[in-house]
Design a protein around this ligand. Sequence first.
Ligand SMILES: [Zn+2]
Ligand SMILES: [Zn+2]
Length: 101
Amino acid sequence: MKKLIFITLCISFGFGFKAVSQTVYSSPKGEKYHTADCRLSGEAAPLKLAEAKKAGKTACEVCKPNELGKAKLNQCTGKTADGTRCKRMTANTNKKCFQHQ
Ligand SMILES: [Zn+2]
Ligand SMILES: [Zn+2]
């Protein structure tokens, strides 16, 4: 049981950290950067928003990563195959991640 609490703590710290240092997703050769939810992110690797801008990448017009900081992130209200609540965070207004749209 203790182990479970520890894992839960780790997950919530992980999300906290993500919110503080904004991470965007971009493939190494991509000219755009995306949010984790974006269907166009493809083989994207995570990087800091500041690094993406430095590399001359521009914000994707579909997922609008620049507005991620302003948009309130919600935990997805969808359920995973084993019946537990989806742990993905999403900025979508319907509170569903891309998998549960
Ligand atoms: Zn995108
Ligand atoms: Zn979900």
